[in-house]
Design a protein around this ligand. Sequence first.
Ligand SMILES: Nc1nc2c(c(=O)[nH]1)N[C@H]1C(S)=C(S)[C@@H](COP(=O)(O)O)O[C@H]1N2
Ligand SMILES: [Mo]
Length: 208
Amino acid sequence: MKHLTRREKEKEMRDAGRLPNGQSLTEKFPVLTYGPTPRFNPESWDLRVFGEVAAEKRWTWEEFLQLPTGQMTVDIHCVTRWSKFDTSWEGVMFKDFLRQLDLKPTARYVIAHCEYGYTTNLPLEIMDDDDVMLAYKYEGKFLHEPELMEHGGPLRTVVPKRYFWKSAKFLRALEFSPVDKPGFWEQGGYHNDGDFWQEERFQRRGFF
Ligand SMILES: Nc1nc2c(c(=O)[nH]1)N[C@H]1C(S)=C(S)[C@@H](COP(=O)(O)O)O[C@H]1N2
Ligand SMILES: [Mo]
């Protein structure tokens, strides 16, 4: 079988309606992190849930690994214009994770809090969908293995319906909020919603 070039694969994805406007196909896996890559210590790591929940909760690494697992293969699209197709992830489906919580009806937004203060925000109705994951493995390997750590080890959100800055690496807490709280890039001028089919890259601001 003939080996397709990058451009041929890109055309195939465009023809299949899988390449949003302004994107090009990459076969690499670019790293985009604002700041350093944290160190992972399984003894002290935890994931916290706070905000509009009946009781705040906390999982150690060992406890988190006991949660029901799921797998998915999805396309990812970065606002810096690369798209990567058929990436496979393993972790805890967000819908399953929500079953571990007692959300108050006032919970409307999910704010992801990461190491070093990176945050990103999404409406609960976007997060509460079948394709959203708290991922700890990429292509069968744990994200905290040295070669993958910079992709968000040990745990990241993967939200395939939005530009990839909404997929929070080095996740440490999830806040359920009654009000929206624009995150790091959203405060820095990126679009609050980040739907790549609408090319929601930047916020329209100013006088025009
Ligand atoms: N904690 C944290 N999460 C983050 C970022 C970051 O700087 N810090 N960058 C975001 C951006 S802009 C993108 S495109 C993706 C990049 O993920 P990757 O490095 O695995 O490609 O992570 C997102 N999540
Ligand atoms: Mo990005």
